[in-house]
Design a protein. Sequence first.
Length: 290
Amino acid sequence: MTTTEVFRRSSAMRLVLPAGVGAAAVAVSAVLPQEVHYDKGMAPLWVPAVAAVLAVCSALLTARRLVLVCGWTGAVLFLWAAGGVVLDAFRAFYWATGIPAGEFAQVDWPGALRRFVSLLAAAVVGAGTLRYQRATSDGRAPRQWGSSWLGYAAFAVGFPYPMLKLYWCLGGSIARPAVYTEGFPVMELVCLVAGASLSLALAQSWGRRLPRRLVLAPAWFATAALVSMAALMVFGTASQLLGITDGPVDFGDTQSLVAVGTVYLSWLVFGLTLGGATLAFQRATGPVDR
């Protein structure tokens, strides 16, 4: 048995399991009553179902190109299905704590289950496909991306959104919504400090002296949150344009479209650069916890 075949057999269940859990989550969320509706523009039910089928195909097929196509497509569809999971988390926080938040404290539990499982499945299927791609690269050394420049890039792209909110709070009018009642952007600035510190930890040598898990855990968590939020906008807008979903985007309001699109795209770039820096950091620091 070749090395590739051994790898395929040992990793098949790693892809079949999340695919099965994802399919089960879709089935459960489809039959449970949906009492709260805030999922306009989010992925329809068939998206994670198709992703689950593709993940299973990726685990069972043997042709390398088909394995990669099915694996990466399944991971991307699971990511689309996960769009909105951060919104679910915020709503669940207000629901659990009892902090007055009106309708924002109500949770679409069936949809939240589907989106949370989809996010986990996207991570597992994507990681499994990447491992397979690297293990079957015919001896070609995969390109190694350094965590330093990716970390500095993540540091830079983390500033636009918090600075924009601060600018609006201080009276700036460029791209400001017609109705803007938000106060000082405390949470945005807190997230900016945390994200900037995390990015520098991935980029600079002092981050290597910290406990490995203390860096990796929040870095992967932030990556998942940022990319899933950006996926909600990217896939939601594209699917609305194609008529697949009935989304909330007003294509007639150019100013709002540009402002919102810029914010979400900055989150996408932030998440991708942070994820790349985290992966590079993880490989550079090795599997041994310190």
